[in-house]
Design a protein around this ligand. Structure first.
Ligand code: PMP
Length: 407
C-alpha cells in the first residue's frame, strides 16, 4: 500500500462533495477533464477580484501586476517542463490549438512527396490538422500501427522512417487506452532521419512530469484543464530553432514589432504566436495548478494512481463478459471496457443514475474503435483524488448495469 493521504487531498476539491441523482458523486471522467482544487479557484477569484487588467501594454499598476503574474506563470510552466528558455513556452487555448499552430506553420516547410507519420492511437485533434496540412502541401500521411494490446509496433515504425520523413506526431499517453508510448525511442529514431517530432502530452501531463530537454522533443503540447487547471488555456513548447522557423499562426495585436500598410514585422518569441488578448486569468491559474500538483508531487501521484489502476483492473476483470481494451505493459489511469452484448452508452447511463461519471463512445479516437471493430467503449479514468471505495462503487455499478441489461 502506497502512503497517500487521499482523504486530506479530497478536501481541496469542493466539487467532490456534491451529489448526483441523490448519490455521492464518483467522478471517473478525469481523462476528459480534471476537477479544480480550491487553490486554483482562489487564484481565479483573486485575479478578477484584485487585478483584472490587460497585459503587456499598460503603464498602470493593475496592468503591470497582471503582466507580472502572467509571465511568472510562464516561468512556472518552463520550470515544470524543464524548457531551456522561457520564450519557448507559448500560451495556447489548449492542446488542439497548439497542434494546429504547428501544423499550420509547417505548410510552408513541407513539399509534395514529403512524409509525415502519425500513430494509430491518436486523438482526432492529432490527426485532422495533419490531414489538412497534407492536403495543403501534397505531403503523405502514414500510420504507425498498433497491436491488439494497444501498443505501437515499433519495428514497423522503424521501417516507415526514411529521409522523406519530415514530421512524426504521437501522443505520450493514449486517452482511449491509457498506453504510455515509448516516446524517447520514437523521438530518437525520428531525429536519426532528420524528422521533427510533436508529442501530444494532453493525457501525460496529469501523470508524468515530462522533461522536454531530456526528451529532446521538438514540440510538446498540453491542456491545463486536464491538470487541475481551467479550460481554455494550454501550452505549446517548441524548441527555439523551430519556433523561429515557423511563421505566425494568427495575426493581430501583441504579435507585431511594427505595422504599416506596406509591411508588418513580427514580435520576438513568444509573442509572435500570441496574437490578441490571451486568457490571462487562465494562464495564471495554469501556473497555480502546476504549483498545486507539484506540492503533492508527481512520484507520489504516479505511485498512488498505479495502485488504483491495478485494483480497478483486477476487480473489473472479475465481471463475466467484461473485456478491457488496452492492456499494454506500460499504461496509466485509464480503463476502457465493454460488456458483451451491451452498448457502452447504456452502461454509462445507468452508472450516471448511480452518481458515477464515466465517458462512453469513441473518445475522439475513432481509428482505435475501428481497429477493435467496436462502436465505442465505457471509459473510467482515474485521478489522484479517487479512492478504492470509488472503484468499488464503479465495479458494483457495472455489475448492476450488466444484470439490468443482459436479459
Ligand atoms: N489529445 C489527447 C490525447 C487528448 O486526450 C485530448 C483531450 N481529450 C486532446 C488532445 C485535445 O485536448 P483539448 O480538447 O483540451 O484541446
Amino acid at each position: 500500500e502506497v502512503d497517500f493521504d487521499v482523504v486530506q487531498i479530497r478536501k481541496d476539491f469542493p466539487i467532490l462533495n456534491r451529489e448526483v441523482n441523490g448519490k455521492p458523486l464518483v467522478y471517473l471522467d478525469n481523462a476528459a477533464t480534471s476537477q479544480t482544487p480550491q487553490q486554483v479557484i482562489n487564484a481565479i477569484v483573486d485575479y478578477y477580484q484584485n487585478y483584472n487588467a490587460n497585459i503587456h501594454r499598460g503603464v498602470h499598476a493593475l496592468s503591470q501586476e497582471a503582466t507580472d503574474k502572467y509571465e511568472q506563470a510562464r516561468q512556472k510552466i518552463q520550470q515544470h517542463f524543464n524548457a531551456a528558455k522561457v520564450h519557448e513556452i507559448i500560451f495556447t487555448s489548449g492542446t488542439t490549438h497548439g497542434i494546429n499552430l504547428v501544423a499550420n506553420g509547417f505548410s510552408s516547410l513541407l513539399q509534395k512527396g514529403d512524409e509525415v507519420l502519425v500513430s494509430a492511437m491518436e486523438h482526432h485533434s492529432n490527426i485532422v490538422p495533419w490531414q489538412m496540412l497534407c492536403e495543403r502541401t501534397g505531403a503523405i500521411l502514414k500510420v504507425i500501427p498498433m497491436n491488439e494490446q494497444g501498443e505501437l509496433v515499433m519495428e514497423t515504425y522503424q521501417n516507415l522512417l526514411s529521409s522523406k520523413t519530415k514530421l512524426v506526431f504521437c501522443n505520450h499517453i493514449s486517452n482511449a487506452l491509457g498506453t504510455i508510448n515509448p516516446i524517447e525511442e520514437i523521438i530518437n529514431a525520428a531525429h536519426e532521419v532528420g524528422a521533427a517530432v510533436l508529442i501530444d502530452g494532453a493525457q501525460a501531463a496529469p501523470h508524468i512530469k515530462a522533461d522536454v530537454q531530456a526528451l529532446d522533443v521538438d514540440f510538446y503540447v498540453v491542456s491545463a484543464h486536464k491538470i487541475c487547471g481551467p479550460t481554455g488555456v494550454g501550452m505549446l513548447y517548441g524548441k527555439e530553432e523551430w519556433l523561429k522557423k515557423l511563421p505566425p499562426y494568427q495575426g493581430g495585436g501583441e504579435m507585431i514589432a511594427e505595422v504599416t500598410f506596406e509591411k508588418t514585422t513580427y514580435a520576438e518569441l513568444p509573442h509572435k504566436f500570441e496574437a490578441g488578448t490571451p486568457n490571462i486569468c487562465g494562464g495564471i491559474a495554469f501556473g497555480a495548478a502546476l504549483d498545486y500538483m507539484n506540492t503533492i508531487g508527481f512520484e507520489a501521484i504516479a505511485a498512488y494512481e498505479h495502485q488504483l489502476l491495478d485494483y480497478a483492473t483486477t476487480e473489473l476483470s472479475k465481471i463475466d463478459g467484461l473485456k478491457i481494451y488496452g492492456t499494454a505493459q506500460n499504461k496509466t489511469s485509464v480503463i476502457s471496457f465493454n460488456i458483451e452484448g451491451v452498448h457502452p452508452y447504456d452502461i454509462g447511463t445507468i452508472l450516471d443514475k448511480l452518481g458515477i461519471a464515466v465517458r462512453t463512445g469513441h473518445h475522439c479516437a475513432q481509428p482505435i474503435m475501428d481497429f477493435y471493430k467496436i462502436p465505442g467503449t465505457v471509459r473510467a479514468s482515474f485521478c489522484f483524488y479517487n479512492t478504492k471505495e470509488e472503484v468499488d462503487a464503479l465495479v458494483a455499478g457495472v455489475e448492476r448495469a450488466k444484470n439490468m441489461l443482459v436479459g
